[in-house]
Design a protein around this ligand. Structure first.
Ligand code: PLP
Length: 457
């Protein structure tokens, strides 16, 4: 029988640890109980733990648990749409609207003119359709849901085959693969072509009376180069339409603005172009280059969008009022911006920030860090859009490069992440870099403080 007397009591340990983390007391108790239970099992298996080892291990675990609470982060990675860091930040207008709707009642499904029940998201759907220059649009929880819902609606027990090119079966991150997501709709994937080349005749050969639709998936997070081929969208669209089938495209990011006009990067296909080229329905994310909240947007032919909205599964993945509010604000912002004006979308503003202003900010920050035990300098580096957009796109940026004199780089990175707000940088060629392109101007002061806090002995 193991010696459980080595284990501290739940009460004593909770008391000792509660002041070290600012968590609700019952949560500390709950954490300690579970941790002691695990130690009990480890001891039954023969492990011995002197009391202070046990305590310090549980303390470290609790600190790591406390740090996992959702909190603001200064993004010094230079990756503008970083899925691990919450993708697109919202503009001030959208955030303000969110507060107004969140803290009160609203006309979510109420018609203020006749005092009767109203249509949820009617305004947003019309605004999206106008922005995307198409017949109709709707929104759901995210792009993966948009895709599954679309396929579910367009297949039937007799016609459940979806034709898709082998070169487009991507993994979208976090281990989620497009083919697996697609199959949850009940569809059967018919893969055509080779990884590098798919021709129109490959699609044509795969058509049967069981075919429900042809699907294109935008290669959003990898680049296929060299000996490659794929049919032009208008050709593929003509083939689908000759057979009375819809052509659907999952665009992933779906930049509504021509982002290549904002920064020296490759052209990211816009939803408007895809629809103009003959795609019947497109799906894309709300929180990638659009710069809105997590959402999935479905747009295209009115008759197809109406069928999607009538599918019972639509109810399971619909957006809540907070998301609808933010999207409404974001889409109105796009519709209001004229000519070269950039909407109130931080990611687009980051993309277009001139190098000179990054240099000016870097100099101002550096001037305040002269007395620290580190070599700090300003370097030119690159940034990426990220979030499964434009995989080849690297564009110029400016970073602060830090070599600490009294600690290792990993230690410095760790200490920066432990600041409030947390700062996330990256290590490149034995230096720690803080890339300014993904940092808001009003974060320069807290960033300076955080660097100071992290470097101080
Ligand atoms: C990012 C991405 C998705 C998933 O979008 P979510 O909004 O995260 O569900 C699907 N398809 C492609 C091509 C993507 O790039």
């Amino acid at each position: 029988m193991p010696d459980f007397s080595q284990l501290p009591s739940v009460e004593k340990l909770t008391l000792a640890l509660a002041d070290e983390v600012s968590l609700p007391r019952p949560l500390v108790t709950g954490y300690v109980k579970r941790a002691l239970e695990q130690w009990r099992e480890r001891m039954i298996k023969g492990e011995k733990g002197p009391r202070n080892t046990i305590e310090s291990e549980i303390r470290a675990g609790l600190q790591s648990f406390a740090a996992s609470r959702l909190q603001p982060v200064i993004n010094g990675t230079g990756v503008l749409i970083h899925t691990n860091l919450g993708r697109s930040p919202l503009g001030d207008r959208a955030a303000g609207a969110l507060r107004r709707i969140a803290t009160g009642y609203s006309n979510l499904e109420f018609n203020l003119l006749d005092g009767k029940r109203g249509r949820r998201a009617g305004y947003l759907e019309m605004a999206l359709a106008v922005l995307l220059d198409t017949e109709a649009a709707t929104t759901v929880n995210n792009c993966a849901a948009a895709l599954v819902l679309t396929l579910r609606t367009l297949i039937s027990p007799e016609k459940n085959e979806i034709i898709v090119s082998r070169g487009e079966l991507v993994e979208i991150g976090g281990g989620f693969r497009i083919p697996e997501v697609l199959e949850t709709s009940g569809a059967k994937l018919v893969e055509v072509g080779a990884t590098n080349k798919t021709h129109l005749k490959d699609y044509a050969k795969a058509l049967t009376e069981r075919t429900a639709l042809i699907l294109k998936v935008h290669r959003s997070n990898f680049y296929l180069g060299g000996f490659t081929a794929e049919p032009a969208v208008p050709e593929l669209s003509a083939l689908a339409h000759q057979h009375g089938l819809p052509l659907v495209e999952d665009l992933g990011s779906g930049a509504v603005m021509n982002t290549d006009e904002l920064a020296p990067i490759d052209h990211e296909p816009t939803p408007q172009e895809a629809l103009r080229n003959g795609i019947d329905l497109i799906t894309f994310s709300g929180d990638k280059l659009l710069g809105g909240p997590q959402a999935g947007i479905i747009a295209g032919r009115a008759e197809l969008v109406a069928r999607i909205k009538a599918e019972p599964f639509f109810r399971a993945v619909r957006c809540d009022k907070l998301i609808l509010t933010v999207l409404q604000e974001c889409i109105d912002d796009y519709l209001r911006s004229k000519g070269d004006e950039i909407p109130d979308v931080p990611v687009l503003n980051f993309l277009s920030t001139p190098m000179e202003s990054l240099h000016t900010r870097a100099k101002a920050i550096l001037a305040q860090l002269g007395d620290l035990p580190a070599d700090i300098s300003i370097v030119e580096t690159t940034s990426q859009t990220g979030g499964g957009t434009m995989p080849k796109a690297q564009f110029p940026s400016v970073a602060l490069e830090i070599t600490p004199q009294k600690m290792g780089l990993e230690k410095l990175a760790h200490r920066l992440r432990a600041q409030e707000p947390a700062v996330v940088g990256y290590v490149h060629e034995a230096r720690l870099l803080l890339n300014l392109r993904s940092i808001f101007t009003d974060q320069d002061a807290p960033l300076t403080e955080a660097v100071r806090g992290a470097l101080q002995p």
